[in-house]
Write a protein that binds this ligand. Structure first.
Ligand SMILES: [Fe+2]
Length: 281
């Protein structure tokens, strides 16, 4: 087993002796997969990978999603989404430029939501732009039993449009058609560990299906506040060479704003679940 250092109080680990490459051994990949499932968030420091290595390493965890925002994909590798405020010829090369990005699960609004994302720092501002993660397994497990009972078999609406209104730019007509609002269970069983996690987020979850609107609002606000208590949250201050691999079936994340006079470019791959585990349950 590889040596690790804890990041947050309940989750997250820095993997101390691993260089991401296209030629990792089967034993190394198995060890990383085990750590990923166990810790939910893995940090790899001092990485020097290029885009093709980012893609090939990500593919060992599953098929990769081509993001609906095609205008922000790498020109050479469409599996890579750019998150950036950099402009070329008057056009932003990436999504989610420099303002705050609210708490969300990547692609929770899709019928087959991603189970993981790997985010690599390429260009960083001198400060700001921290990414925070919340451990939604611990948040669920420590809920009062009475609340867990009320959430049993409840579903919620996940809306990419709501997120875009608050934090991003609108989708075009075609993209909107590909990402309509969708309903998923509020409590999701992890496809690998079998543990339950809260599957909702302030940025994209708009209502509990079939509940009185006031009761739905009250419960969502309670769960959002509960989930971001300091003991469930890890805040990552990026360093050059950092790569973060997170479990997108049981952690949500957000980003701090940063000074728009500095450039920031992050490169992300998005990992899909196996087809038989496609729909959250
Ligand atoms: Fe994200």
């Amino acid at each position: 087993m590889k040596e690790t250092r804890a990041l947050g109080a309940t989750f997250g680990a820095e993997v101390l002796d691993f260089l991401i490459s296209s030629s990792a051994s089967t034993e190394e990949i198995t060890a990383i997969k085990t750590l990923w499932a166990e810790h939910k968030l893995l940090l790899f420091r001092n990485q020097t990978l290029d885009e093709s290595t980012l893609v090939s390493f990500s593919q060992v965890f599953g098929a990769l999603e081509i993001h609906v925002r095609t205008e922000y994909l790498s020109p050479d590798h469409p599996e890579i989404l750019y998150v950036s405020n950099i402009q070329k010829n008057g056009q932003k090369v990436g999504i989610l430029a420099d303002t705050e990005v609210g708490w969300h699960y990547d692609q929770i609004y899709l019928p087959r939501p991603a189970v993981g994302s790997l985010l690599m720092a390429h260009t960083l501002p001198p400060e700001g732009g921290n990414t925070e993660f919340a451990d939604m397994t611990a948040a669920y497990e420590e809920l009062p039993e009475s609340v867990k009972t009320r959430l049993h078999s409840a579903h919620a609406v996940q809306s990419y449009e709501a997120f875009n209104r608050a934090y991003s730019v609108p989708t075009n007509k075609e993209q909107k058609k590909k990402s309509p609002d969708i309903e998923h269970p509020i409590v999701r069983t992890h496809p690998i560990t079998g543990r339950k996690a809260l599957y909702l987020c302030p940025g994209m979850t708009t209502e509990i299906v079939g509940w009185d609107p006031a009761e739905s609002r009250e419960m969502l606000d309670y769960l959002f506040e509960w989930s971001i208590q300091p003991r469930y949250v890890y805040s990552h201050a990026w360093q050059p060479g950092d790569a973060l691999l997170w479990d997108n079936a049981c952690t949500m994340h957000r980003r701090d704003p940063f000074d728009q006079n500095h450039e920031r470019l992050m490169k992300r791959t998005t990992i899909l679940p196996p087809q038989e585990l496609a729909v959250p349950v």
